[in-house]
Ligand binder design. Structure first.
Ligand code: PLP
Length: 401
């Protein structure tokens, strides 16, 4: 059989996050000890009360096909959450529940993009925005967020990236991978640019909103600039804040017509999210907030510990993230050098591969996120693992010739 696959998949790279995880698995299979700072996944267990709510839902017979756009109970909990945390009012037909925040993006782009439509993505970015856009014929256009600007989005840079073909602008603050958090003034400036482009949709990915440190605060553009709410998808989910990555529950608030179109997409793909997971997510959103606060404090402490260790390594630089759970050190000072194992470091990809092979620590190169030469280290793991990884990194860099 002559095998061929859809054109829309041509040239789509596997996300480097997954590629690094694959290399780490191969090394482990060879019996080598490997630690991983590659995945953005909380190391905490899902709160017990949330698991209990799932248990109760299953026992109570909530085991049938749920509505495509979410159970009434979860949609009500989402509406309460968006009002409480974001000062945003959404009615039931303006809310949709999906299989993770990822499916929200998939639904939104599939429902709106035509061949050649541009999607403005600030760099560095979470790997999935450009990849999903490209699956639907979209063309990612990048708006660089520079380290000198604290990796925040500069409104002028955004203005330059928008063209008559722009269909979407993606915002993700607190940001994966840098942890940058845009101030209210930053968001207001971005909103002013977007007002000049009334045909552009806005995707505001707020999945790390609760993980903010040192007094930083996350803002929803739909609340800061309420005139833009009618063309904004406010994306969130339970994966990061409630340590629920495996439950696959994300949600969106947005205008009725777009939510209806997204419901149409999802209805023909996965239908409604697992009813038991939805009951769990509702319990998480309505549950006590101190658990989230405690986890955020732990991430904050670990981030400081890691950043201080990284800054002490000659050849590395590292901005202090204000949110999320990653560190994003610059490795420019290591380029053009050779590792103890004889590998030449010409890029952050070379660095990440050699670091994994020689020290057994998996990280993700900045090239995966559209800004080099950097590395992303996830701090969502134990202090002991983080300390070991930082010691390995110090040794690896010290041994460069
Ligand atoms: C910025 C950002 N948005 C969305 C997601 C999607 O998360 P999920 O699909 O688990 O809700 C992730 C996960 O890594 C992320 O980092």
């Amino acid at each position: 059989m002559a095998r061929s696959f859809a054109h829309r998949l041509a040239g789509l790279p596997a996300p480097a996050t997954i590629e690094m995880a694959r290399r780490a698995r191969m090394l482990r299979a060879e019996g080598k000890p490997v630690i991983s700072l590659a995945l953005g996944e909380p190391d905490f267990p899902t709160p017990a009360a949330v698991i209990e709510a799932a248990n109760q839902a299953a026992l109570a017979g909530q085991t049938k096909y749920p509505p495509v756009d979410g159970t009434p109970a979860l949609k009500e909990a989402v509406a309460r959450k968006l009002l409480r945390d974001n000062a945003l009012t959404y009615t039931s037909d303006e809310i949709m529940v999906s299989n993770g925040g990822k499916q929200v993006i998939f639904n939104a782009f599939m429902a709106t993009l035509n061949e050649g439509d541009e999607v403005v993505v600030p760099t560095p970015y979470w790997v999935s925005y450009p990849l999903i856009a490209r699956m639907f014929g979209g063309v990612p256009v990048y708006a660089p967020c520079r380290e000198e600007d604290g990796f925040r989005l500069n409104a002028q840079v955004l203005a330059q990236a928008i063209t008559p073909r722009t269909r979407w602008v993606v915002l993700n603050f607190p940001n994966n991978p840098t942890g940058a958090v845009c101030s209210k003034a930053d968001i207001e400036a971005v909103a002013e640019v977007l007002r000049q482009h009334p045909d552009v949709w806005i995707l505001s990915d707020e999945i790390y909103e609760h993980l903010v440190f040192d007094g930083a605060q996350a803002f929803s553009i739909a609340a800061v600039a309420s005139d833009l709410k009618e063309r904004t998808i406010t994306l969130n989910g339970v994966s990061k804040a409630y340590a629920m990555t495996g439950w696959r529950v994300g949600f969106a608030g947005g205008p009725k017509d777009l939510i209806a179109a997204m419901r149409g997409v999802q209805g023909n793909a996965t239908s409604g999210v697992c009813s038991i997971a939805q009951a769990a997510a509702a319990a998480a959103l309505d549950g006590p907030t101190d658990l989230v606060r405690d986890m955020a404090q732990t991430y904050s402490r670990r981030r400081k510990m890691v950043v201080e260790a990284l800054r002490a390594i000659p050849g590395l630089t590292c901005a202090m993230p204000e949110g999320a759970f990653y560190a994003y050190p610059g490795i420019a000072g290591c380029l053009g050098r050779t590792t103890a194992g004889g590998a030449r470091i010409e890029s952050d990809h070379d660095f990440a591969v050699a670091f994994l092979e020689e020290e057994g620590v998996a990280t993700v190169p900045g090239s995966a996120f559209g800004l080099s030469p950097y590395l992303r280290l996830s701090c969502a793991t134990s202090d002991a693992v983080l300390q070991q990884a930082c010691a390995s990194l110090a040794r690896f860099v010290q041994n460069l010739r």
